[in-house]
Design a protein around this ligand. Structure first.
Ligand SMILES: NC(=O)c1ccc[n+]([C@@H]2O[C@H](COP(=O)([O-])OP(=O)(O)OC[C@H]3O[C@@H](n4cnc5c(N)ncnc54)[C@H](OP(=O)(O)O)[C@@H]3O)[C@@H](O)[C@H]2O)c1
Length: 163
């Protein structure tokens, strides 16, 4: 049975992925994270819809120590392996509105956005890859090859510089 982590699970695509994954018979556990996952009403309601399947853990992907600290708890909950990690954690801008003009950019806004959308996924890969490598590849197929766990980082065309 598969164990999955959905990062950025409190709303948007992450919340929908939690619902789809928790309803699958081949998924034993969905570990849902976000900065305030343990207090999110939408995740608590999903937890009651799928008893014993959903685990809620607060993780801020901009805080390396925080990612590192939750690994033992995730290891315990996942019995030492992760089959799929969906990273949906992202921001457009700390204010919630993306900048559309150079007048609106600021060092602080760019820094926080870069920390969340670029550094966060790399640190996530660093700390969770040992658990992904323990998976026997319950998700996906690779022609002619065996694979371990899968790490998916979501992005958007709006972040592409090639249009
Ligand atoms: N929605 C779409 O139609 C769409 C289409 C194409 C691509 N995408 C891409 O898919 C990804 C998710 O989009 P979305 O629309 O689902 O976004 P969203 O609704 O804004 O959700 C973002 C999630 O990231 C979490 N998050 C933000 N900062 C965080 C941090 N520092 N640490 C941990 N979690 C953090 C948020 O939770 P908290 O704020 O509670 O921490 C929230 O759960 C983005 O990369 C987006 O570009 C979305």
């Amino acid at each position: 049975m598969a164990v999955v982590i959905v990062q950025g699970a409190s709303r948007g695509l992450g919340l929908q992925f939690c619902k789809v994954l928790a309803s699958r018979a081949d998924v034993a556990k969905v570990i849902a994270t976000s900065r305030r996952a343990e207090n999110e009403a939408a995740l608590h309601s999903m937890q009651s819809q799928f008893p014993n399947k959903m685990v809620l853990i607060n993780v801020d992907v901009t805080k390396e120590n925080n990612i590192k600290q939750v690994v033992p708890k995730i290891m315990e909950e996942s019995t030492g392996k992760i089959d799929l990690l969906l990273n949906c954690s992202a921001i457009l801008h700390p204010s919630g509105k993306g900048e559309t003009s150079l007048r609106d950019v600021s060092f602080e806004g760019l820094r926080t956005t870069f920390e969340t959308n670029t550094i966060g996924p790399v640190l996530t890969a660093k700390y969770f890859s040992p658990l992904l490598l323990k998976s026997s590849g319950l998700f996906g197929k690779q022609a002619g090859k065996k694979h371990s766990g899968i790490l998916v980082n979501l992005t958007a065309k709006v972040s592409s510089i090639s249009g």
